[in-house]
Ligand binder design. Structure first.
Ligand code: PMP
Length: 433
């Protein structure tokens, strides 16, 4: 059967009549790679299925949450039970306390936690809290890191903002963006220089400890320690944005792997088990400034939603109780990376492969990628050919060079073998160009 997206193409045209660009999040639009996004009908395990009848081995996993695979029977079971009890109460539940307890056990730097609905809300609220706590206004972020779409952080932003060529969005007042200082990731000297100049005004440094929004980039040895040390030296808070890396690179996130204790942590994706949930948390003394315990206001009609809490709880329970879950998925991820790398080499490409736990990424570049500048030097045209060839072979990757890929517990050795074989055919297409 030849690969076609006929129905999806019609659906995309129809969606564009009602929704800007036809999508509710720009990263889904295929704007970077061109063509039509498959419209998805259903998902199960490692597969997603589109309305044209195509099946794909999925390495997007809803952009990170689906670490157990899609429609995991136990998660669905918990969700069905929760659904029968009603969908939202706007009042406290036992589920919230239980999920908070599980997260605090997993991430010891988090002593108190507040649930919100998206990663954007989590980082926005964490910044407000850091500013209130330190009584300072400026924040530092890293070029190519993405923390959501609120004004303070839509500055040199990665992910879709980079794919679409708008890392600094129109509409963000310069008075707000002016309080956001940006430095290159992995460059401790530039960070030190910024602190030398503005140190007394810096409320917080917010960082993806393992950035996954300019493609997947790894911290150089000792780098995160330096970021921790300089924030301490100047009395600025260190905010780890682990919305993507939390429960992904390890159960306890990047802070477990790199043994760094941030002051505040943002979480999302996996903790909602595929439903809208995110959170920010940290040292008790800081978190107690949040209303109603303290004066820093932050609220949410659907925050701690019982369905999202039930899905998150089921997911974290399975992650912590399945023997060697991370070891197994990390080993599978390594096998996939090695297999694809061998295919790339066979076609003469010396590309950059990065892995962090169950996340991985491939830069179409023969130079070491360690920051936004080096990531942007990748051959996007080559990536786009590879991407479309993989899609036609039944492998669904994120539709941009500047995104990471995600493995799940549902991926099988057969999936890995099929993906590696597909990559050979895709590299052959890239070699033609
Ligand atoms: N922080 C990071 C590190 C992210 O990867 C993302 C989303 N990909 C966000 C924050 C924003 O989360 P959301 O899309 O849920 O607002």
């Amino acid at each position: 059967m030849t690969f076609t997206l006929k129905k999806s193409t019609a659906a995309f045209a129809e969606a564009k009549r009602y929704i800007p660009g036809g999508v509710n999040s720009p990263v889904r639009s295929f704007r970077g790679v061109g063509g039509t996004p498959p419209f998805i009908a259903k998902a199960a395990g490692s597969r997603i299925y589109d309305i044209d009848g195509n099946a794909y081995i999925d390495y997007v996993g809803s952009w990170g949450p689906m670490i157990l695979g899609h429609a995991h029977p136990e998660v669905l079971g918990e969700l069905k039970e929760a659904l029968e009890r009603g969908t939202s109460y706007g009042a406290p539940t036992l589920l919230e306390t239980e999920l908070a307890r599980l997260i605090i056990e997993a991430v010891p730097s988090v002593e108190l936690i507040r649930f919100v609905n998206s990663g954007t809300e989590a980082t926005m609220s964490a910044l407000r809290l850091a500013r209130a706590y330190t009584k300072r206004n400026k924040i530092v972020k890293f070029a190519g890191c993405y923390h959501g779409h609120h004004d303070s952080l839509l500055v040199k932003a990665g992910s879709g903002a980079t794919t679409l060529g708008v890392p600094d969005s129109p509409g963000v007042p310069s008075t707000i963006a002016g309080n956001t200082l940006t430095v290159e990731y992995n460059d401790d000297e530039e960070l030190a220089a910024v602190f030398e100049q503005h140190g007394e005004d810096i409320a917080a440094v917010i960082i993806e400890p393992v950035p996954g929004n300019m493609g997947l980039v790894l911290p150089r040895p000792g780098y995160l320690e330096k970021v921790r040390a300089i924030t301490e030296q100047y009395g600025a808070l260190l905010i780890f944005d682990e919305v993507m890396s939390g429960f992904r690179v390890a159960y306890g996130g990047a802070q477990e792997v790199y043994k760094i204790t941030p002051d505040l942590t943002c979480l999302g994706k996996v903790i909602g088990g595929g439903l809208p949930a995110a959170a920010y948390g940290g040292r008790q003394e800081i978190m107690e400034m949040i209303a109603p315990a303290g004066p820093v206001y932050q609220a949410g009609t659907l925050s701690g939603n019982p369905l999202a809490m039930a899905a998150g709880l089921a997911t974290l329970r399975l992650l912590s109780q399945t023997e060697d879950f991370y070891e197994k998925v990390i080993t599978m991820t390594a096998a996939l990376c090695a297999g694809i790398q061998a295919q790339a080499l066979a076609y003469g490409f010396n590309f950059q492969f990065h892995q962090a736990g169950t996340m991985f990424g491939l830069f179409f570049s023969d130079k070491t990628v360690y920051d936004y500048n080096s990531a942007k030097q990748s051959d996007v045209a080559a990536f786009n050919i590879f991407f479309h060839a993989m899609l036609a072979e039944g492998v669904y990757l994120a539709p941009s060079q500047f995104e990471a890929a995600f493995m799940s517990g549902a991926h099988t050795h057969a999936d890995i073998g099929a993906t590696i074989a597909a990559s050979g055919n895709a590299f052959a297409k890239v070699a033609e160009y």
